[in-house]
Design a binder for this molecule. Structure first.
Ligand code: NAD
Length: 472
């Protein structure tokens, strides 16, 4: 029986935690505190849908208060239950700690099928849920800050903000009560591509580590690395885009209806447009169709990016996976059995908990923007451009030579909001990758990068608890 079937989702998270905790020397009491979900709020509320009243079940879990606010998405799905929300909140604590985002983990869920409701009904449900959170102090810029997840997006976040503002008139920091908002409502530029870009930055950093590449039999750097991407949604599309722009070759892309292959590389935007007009990824000019979409997972390649669903690599196909590196862009794309099989084969599995943290990292930047009440780059962009222009002019005068127009544009450019958000994300992913790799290299007994990532999270949260002091 697989680990997934034997244990609940939350219990599986606890098991992964315990596997990593034995490589640390923290007080068992502190470890118990880290594992526990601090606050679980289960609510039921009535909403008038058509002529009848529906009782809606919903949750908000605050897993850890070692740092505040708590942070985590809100999902709308019929699969929502207490165990799932608790597990996802715990994973948020660890994810934030790994990428040095100073938040505790949280998660929310409303047990509904959003497709069954009109936008007006969804708005009523979202606003009522927000009111319930406000009543119990489960939302606020300094207490708990939701974000989008399955079934929710910028629209729902705008409704949450509006409800919060209506009930907190005059609260100057109210916009920071939720992230993932539309830019016009205080959202930040660069959020859409954040997860895919974070995946690229993380894998690129690993590919720049000579010792890791030597072990895998790969050359250092991204140039001409072959990449296979599963899923051409938000994360898959942007991962493919940044890998291609970074010098790699995306040789195959898989969607649910099939997969395509081209040894010379695919352009994700052209594939996306082809799918939009023909309704399928198949028959893309210059590429070969693969009979079954999951065949793409077994192609000869350097890097495999599953960016669609969970459990797509399991005990059946894991032995046939030939990629040297698997970057878990999706949440939970490997079953525990697949993880063990690939680890034994020497495949480097780069874990989801840190690799797909680009979204929460940029949420943190959005929160900071809302608290500072100024767009990133507004104060310094022109100053930098004027200074760069002046320096370049001086150099050209002194040397008597001129740079090309494209170089001039590049050198003189002062940073916009999106440049700063990308740069902050790059720094975050590079630092987190190095920290995890240092932990992994420090002890040959640590079996894989996932365990090293958990150790990184445990050390940071435990340090925080230890330095806070436990109330006597
Ligand atoms: P999405 O819905 O935009 O994209 C998913 C894509 O996968 C869709 O295009 C879908 O058609 C495709 N797909 C479905 N079944 C498939 C199959 N059998 N084979 C191949 N492709 C298939 O979702 P997303 O936001 O890109 O999220 C993808 C994964 O990344 C999820 O696991 C999500 O939890 C995770 N994730 C997303 C974010 C984010 O910021 N969007 C952040 C962290 C983690």
């Amino acid at each position: 029986m697989s680990e997934n079937q034997q244990y609940s989702f939350f219990e599986s998270v606890l098991r992964s935690f315990d596997k990593a905790a034995r490589f640390t020397s923290w007080d068992p009491g502190i470890l118990e505190q880290i594992k526990a979900c601090n606050s679980v709020y289960r609510m039921k509320f009535p909403v008038k849908i058509g002529d009848s009243v529906e009782v809606i079940e919903a949750y908000r879990v605050q897993h850890s208060h070692h740092k505040t606010p708590c942070k985590g998405g809100i999902r709308f799905s019929m699969e929502v239950n207490q165990d799932e929300v608790m597990a996802l909140a715990a994973l948020m604590t660890y994810k934030c700690a790994i990428v040095n985002v100073p938040f505790g983990g949280g998660k929310g869920g409303i047990k509904i099928d959003p497709k069954r409701y009109t936008p007006y009904e969804l708005e009523k449900i979202t606003r009522r849920y927000t009111a319930e959170l406000i009543k119990k102090n489960f939302i606020g810029p300094g207490t708990d800050v939701p974000a989008p997840d399955y079934g929710t997006g910028a629209r729902e976040m705008a409704w949450i903000l509006d409800t919060y503002v209506a009930m907190h008139p005059g609260e100057v920091d109210a916009a920071a009560c939720v992230t993932g908002k539309p830019v016009s409502q205080g959202g930040v530029r660069g959020r859409t591509e954040a997860t895919g870009l974070g995946v690229f930055y993380g894998i690129r950093e690993i590919c720049n580590m000579p010792d890791v590449m030597e072990k895998l039999g790969l050359s250092v750097g991204m140039k001409d690395k072959t990449v296979v991407v599963q899923g051409l949604g938000n994360v898959g599309y942007h991962s493919a885009k940044f890998f291609r722009e970074g010098g790699a070759k995306v040789i195959a892309i898989a969607e649910w209806e099939g997969a395509i292959f081209n040894a010379d590389g695919l352009n994700e935007e052209e594939v996306f447009q082809h799918r939009k007009t023909t309704g399928t990824i198949l028959n893309f000019p210059g590429s070969t169709n693969l009979a079954i979409n999951t065949d793409a997972l077994e192609l000869e390649c350097d890097i495999l990016i599953p960016a669609a669903l969970e459990n797509v690599i399991n005990n059946v196909n894991a032995p046939k996976v030939k990629a040297k590196i698997i970057g878990e862009a999706a949440n939970g794309p490997l079953t525990p059995e697949a993880d063990e099989i690939l680890s034994a084969k020497g495949t480097l599995v780069v874990p989801d908990m840190y690799l797909n943290a680009g979204g929460v990292t940029v949420s943190y930047f959005e929160w900071l923007k809302n608290l500072s009440h100024v767009r990133y780059g507004r104060m310094e962009k022109r100053f930098t451009e004027n200074m760069n222009k002046h320096i370049l002019g001086q150099i050209e005068d002194l040397t008597g030579k001129q740079v090309s127009e494209s170089e001039r544009k590049f050198i003189e450019h002062g940073a916009d909001e999106v440049d700063l958000v990308h740069s902050g994300l790059e720094e975050t992913m590079i630092t987190a990758t190095r920290e995890i790799m240092d932990i992994w290299k420090s002890n040959p007994e640590i079996p894989d990068m996932r365990t090293a990532a958990y150790i990184s999270a445990i050390n940071k949260v435990a340090t925080s608890y230890a330095e806070l002091g436990i109330f006597p």
